[in-house]
Design a protein around this ligand. Structure first.
Ligand code: ATP
Length: 294
């Protein structure tokens, strides 16, 4: 009888968007975007246990367990893809300890799904070519392909045309998620796409690389198109950005379609001081130290 493989543990790190422009509408219902994805030190813990069936359990009551969880779809897709080639039909029990706030512009579900795609083949004693895994990732969602790599990345198209690059952020990053849920669909419905300008595309990466030594450049050029409609509808989200800027942020912005806001600070102590008034309102805060890398 074959022995049961030991469980595999992995971390699914959240992302923030450093700039996010919506540059066009597509005939397939998606939007063209241009953004830089960047990981922060905030992660869900995922443990994969060998099992006969595919099952999922999460610790966060706001996130569905079972078939409605995106990790269930990831495991199912992978099993079907492997079946095509090998004829095996294994199962897995996926245990997710959720820390990444949900529906908060941090890509939590996408990060979890990518972690499953990356680690599950090993539990099943199989491997898949990188391109096949990336195709499965895109089938799960526009943000999932980014999480298949470890570095920061310039993302175009739906977010799946990716150019990975090393971005060393020498600042502490304070993230704050106020108690506001923003539907991504609603946020897109409030946006009039703008055709790319020079700084929106290739230059977004160079603005960032230069802005790291001159954060004023970031304040001038790093724009999230979702901020205006979200700030208008949810003044509380705007107040988080204003609070960070007042309390010493060199640059602050909303991530994705919100409601999380992040700020760059000289060091961890400065980020901690800026977090205090937000925590006193019971908003969730997380600090990523300078030079963090996954
Ligand atoms: P999106 O732009 O896709 O909304 P987000 O980062 O703002 O991304 P997520 O935290 O990924 O939001 O959650 C989006 C939705 O996906 C929620 O409605 C949530 O219930 C559902 N979901 C399914 N599986 C998961 C999971 N493993 N983790 C988080 N959310 C999940």
């Amino acid at each position: 009888m074959a022995s049961i493989p030991p469980p595999i543990s992995c971390r699914a790190y959240a992302k923030i968007n450093l700039g996010l422009r919506v540059t066009g509408e597509r005939t397939d219902g998606y939007h063209e975007i241009c953004t830089v994805f960047h990981r922060i030190e905030l992660f869900d813990d995922i443990v994969l246990h060998a099992s006969d069936a595919i099952t999922v359990h999460t610790t966060d009551p706001a996130v569905p367990s079972g078939e409605a969880n995106i990790c269930h779809a990831a495991a199912l897709m992978l099993r079907e893809r492997l079946d095509l080639k090998t004829g095996v039909r294994p199962g897995v029990h996926i245990e997710i300890t959720k820390r990444i706030p949900v529906s908060a512009g941090l890509g939590g579900g996408s990060a979890d799904a990518a972690a499953v795609l990356r680690s599950l083949p090993a539990l099943w004693g199989k491997s898949l070519p990188e391109d096949d895994l990336r195709a499965l990732a895109l089938g799960l969602g526009s943000d999932v392909p980014y999480f298949m790599g470890d570095d920061s990345a310039l993302g175009k198209g739906r977010g799946e045309i990716l150019e990975y690059f090393r971005l060393d952020v020498p600042f502490a990053i304070l993230l704050c998620t106020p108690p506001v849920q923003v539907s991504t669909q609603w946020a897109y419905s409030r946006i009039v796409p703008r055709p790319p300008e020079r700084l929106d595309q290739e230059d977004l990466r160079s603005v960032l690389l230069r802005g790291i030594s001159d954060p004023l450049l970031l304040c001038e050029h790093l724009v999230n198109d979702f901020e205006s409609p979200v700030f208008l509808e949810h003044p509380l989200v705007r107040s988080v950005k204003e609070s960070m800027m007042r309390d010493g942020a060199l640059f602050a912005s909303m991530s994705g379609s919100g409601s999380s806001v992040y700020g760059f600070f000289h060091d961890t102590d400065a980020a901690r001081r800026a977090a205090a008034p937000l925590e006193s309102l019971n908003y969730r805060t997380f600090i990523t130290p300078p030079h963090f890398r996954v």
